[in-house]
Design a protein around this ligand. Structure first.
Ligand code: URP
Ligand code: ZN
Ligand code: ZN
Length: 464
C-alpha cells in the first residue's frame, strides 16, 4: 500500500504550492492536485507545511568521544532524515578501508536515519592522500582535515591539507577544513591555565576569532593555489564569514557552513556558573551576540550555505564527560547534542521571527546540505523520483524543548527551555512513518547509506 499526503503546503528551496504527494516503494512518484488512488493510506496535510526531511551534513557518532548510532533516532524525532557523519581514520588504516571498517563495526543495523559519510584524514601520508581518489567507490566524496587540535591525532599540517586539496580535485572529492590556528590556541591556552584562568568562561579567549579567520584565509589560499574547491565547516563569526564571502565573490570555490549553536547561543553561555558553561564548550567557541546576529545575515544572504548541528553528544554527558575539565577548560571534551533540535530552532528563531523565509529554511537545512554531501536530489528535495523523506509540519504547535523529550542519551539538552513554534507532526523516511509530534515511532537500525556522488556542490564553479 502506498501513501498520499493530501493538500499540504509544500515548501521547497525555490517555491511553495498546495498539492498532493503520492508515495510508492519508498519514492515520491507523483505530485499534483486531487490524486486519488484506491487502497492508499491518505494523510490529511490541510493547513500543514510539507517539506523535505532535514539533511544534517555535520554530526559525530563515533568521533570526539561521542555517543554512537544507537542514539541516532533523535535525528528523526526532530525531522532530520539524513545525517552526514565523520569517520575517523585509525593510524595504519587506509582512508578507504577506514570507511569499509566503520560500516562493518559501527553502522550495520545500528543507524536509524539514512546517512552519508565524510572521511577524516588522521594518518597523513602519501598513501593516505593517494587513497582520496578511491573514496567515491565507497560512497564518500568529502573528507575533513583539522587545522586545529595541536597534540591530538586529529591535527594535520598544511603540507597535507595542500596535498589533499590537489589530489582530492582529481576525483571530485570535496576537502572540508576545521579552520583554527592550532599553534596560537596552544600558546594562549597554556598562558591562561598558567594564570589560573581555568574556568569555561576563558575557553573563548583561548580560541579568538582571529585564530579562526587566519586559518580560514590560509586554507583559502591553499585551495586557490591548488585550484580546488574548499568547504569550511562550523564558521562562527563575522570576520571569517566575510573572508569566505569575499573569496567566493572573487571567483573562488569557497563555501562555508554555520551551525545551530552559532545562531542560537553566545559567549555568555560559557560564563554560566557552577561549571554549567562546560555544556557549551565546542570548537570553535561560541562568540558574542554581534557575531550571532551576523550568522543569521550570512545564511540569509547566502554567504554561508547551510546549517549543520555539529551534533556531538559526549560520552558521560555533563556529569562525567564534561567534568573531566573541571580544573582546566582545555580538558573539557568539545561538543554538545543538537541533531534533534536543529529544525525546531531554525524554524522558530529564523522563520517565525522573520529573519529568514520558509524557502531559505528548506535551502539551508535540507537542500543545500544534500548538495554539499553529493546526495541531491535523492535527498533534500520534494520532487518526483526523490526518496520519500517528508516532514508534515504543524506550524500552530507551541511548546518548549525539554530534556525529557531528548533522545540523544545525554544528561543535558543544549537548547533546554527554548520555546518552539511548530513541530514535525509526521516524519517519513523513504515513505515509512518514523516520528510523530517529536516522538520516535519507527524501527531502530533501519538507516541506509546514501552513496555520495563526487563533483558535488562545491565543484559547481568548475562546471561552468
Ligand atoms: O566541538 C565540537 N564541535 N566537537 C566536534 C569536533 C569538531 O571539530 O567538529
Ligand atoms: Zn571541527
Ligand atoms: Zn564537528
Amino acid at each position: 500500500m502506498g501513501l498520499i499526503i493530501k493538500n499540504g503546503n509544500i515548501i521547497t528551496s525555490k517555491n511553495e504550492y498546495i498539492a498532493d504527494i503520492l508515495v510508492e516503494d519508498e519514492k515520491i512518484v507523483a505530485i499534483g492536485k486531487d490524486l486519488d488512488i484506491k487502497g492508499h493510506e491518505v494523510v490529511d496535510a490541510n493547513d500543514k507545511f510539507v517539506f523535505p526531511g532535514g539533511v544534517d551534513e555535520h554530526v559525530h557518532y563515533n568521533s570526539f568521544n561521542s555517543l554512537g548510532y544507537e542514539t541516532s533516532h533523535a535525528a528523526l524525532a526532530g525531522g532530520t532524515t539524513t545525517v552526514g557523519d565523520f569517520v575517523v581514520q585509525p593510524v595504519g588504516v587506509g582512508l578507504k578501508d577506514s570507511i569499509i571498517n566503520y560500516k562493518k563495526d559501527y553502522l550495520d543495523e545500528k543507524a536509524t536515519p539514512d546517512y552519508v559519510l565524510h572521511g577524516i584524514i588522521m594518518d597523513p601520508s602519501e598513501e593516505t592522500v593517494a587513497d582520496l581518489v578511491n573514496m567515491p567507490s565507497v560512497g564518500v566524496s568529502s573528507v575533513k582535515l583539522f587545522m586545529a587540535y595541536k597534540g591530538m591525532p586529529y591535527y594535520v599540517s598544511d603540507e597535507w591539507i595542500f596535498k589533499a586539496l590537489c589530489t582530492g580535485k582529481k576525483a571530485g572529492v570535496t576537502i572540508m577544513v576545521h579552520a583554527e590556528n592550532a599553534d596560537i590556541i596552544d600558546v594562549l591556552t597554556k598562558k591562561l591555565i598558567a594564570e589560573g584562568k581555568t574556568e569555561p568562561k576563558y575557553f573563548g579567549d583561548s580560541r579568538p576569532v582571529l585564530s579562526e579567520a587566519e586559518a580560514t584565509s590560509r586554507a583559502i589560499y591553499m585551495a586557490e593555489i591548488a585550484n580546488a574547491p574548499l568547504f569550511v565547516v562550523h564558521v562562527t563569526n563575522q570576520k571569517t564569514a566575510e573572508i569566505i564571502r569575499d573569496a567566493y565573490n572573487k571567483g573562488l570555490s569557497t563555501y562555508g557552513e554555520t551551525c545551530t549553536h552559532y545562531l542560537m547561543l553566545n559567549d555568555e553561555n560559557l560564563a554560566k556558573p557552577n561549571f554549567e558553561g562546560a555544556k557549551y564548550v565546542c570548537n570553535p567557541p561560541l562568540r558574542p551576540q554581534s557575531d550571532v546576529n551576523f550568522m543569521w545575515e550570512a545564511i540569509n544572504k547566502g554567504w554561508l550555505t547551510s546549517v549543520g548541528s555539529d551534533h556531538c553528544a559526549i560520552m558521560g554527558g555533563f556529569a562525567e564527560g564534561k567534568r573531566k575539565g573541571i580544573n582546566d577548560f582545555s580538558k573539557i571534551p568539545p561538543g554538545s547534542p543538537g541533531v534533534q533540535d536543529r529544525l525546531n530552532m531554525i524554524w522558530t528563531y529564523g522563520v517565525e521571527t522573520g529573519k529568514i523565509t520558509r524557502q531559505k529554511f528548506v535551502e539551508v537545512c535540507c537542500t543545500t546540505p544534500a548538495k554539499v554531501c553529493g546526495i541531491y536530489p535523492q535527498k533534500g528535495e520534494i520532487a518526483v523520483g526523490t526518496d520519500a523523506d517528508i516532514v508534515v509540519f504543524d506550524p500552530n504547535y507551541r511548546g518548549t524543548v525539554k530534556l525529557e523529550d531528548s533522545l540523544s542519551s545525554s544528561d543535558y539538552c543544549t537548547y533546554d527551555g527554548f520555546e518552539i513554534k511548530g513541530i514535525a507532526e509526521k516524519v517519513y523516511l523513504r515513505g515509512k512513518l518514523v516520528a510523530q509530534n517529536g516522538k520516535f515511532v519507527g524501527e531502530l537500525g533501519k538507516g541506509q547509506q546514501v552513496m555520495s556522488k563526487p563533483y558535488a556542490y562545491c565543484y559547481d564553479k568548475f562546471k561552468e
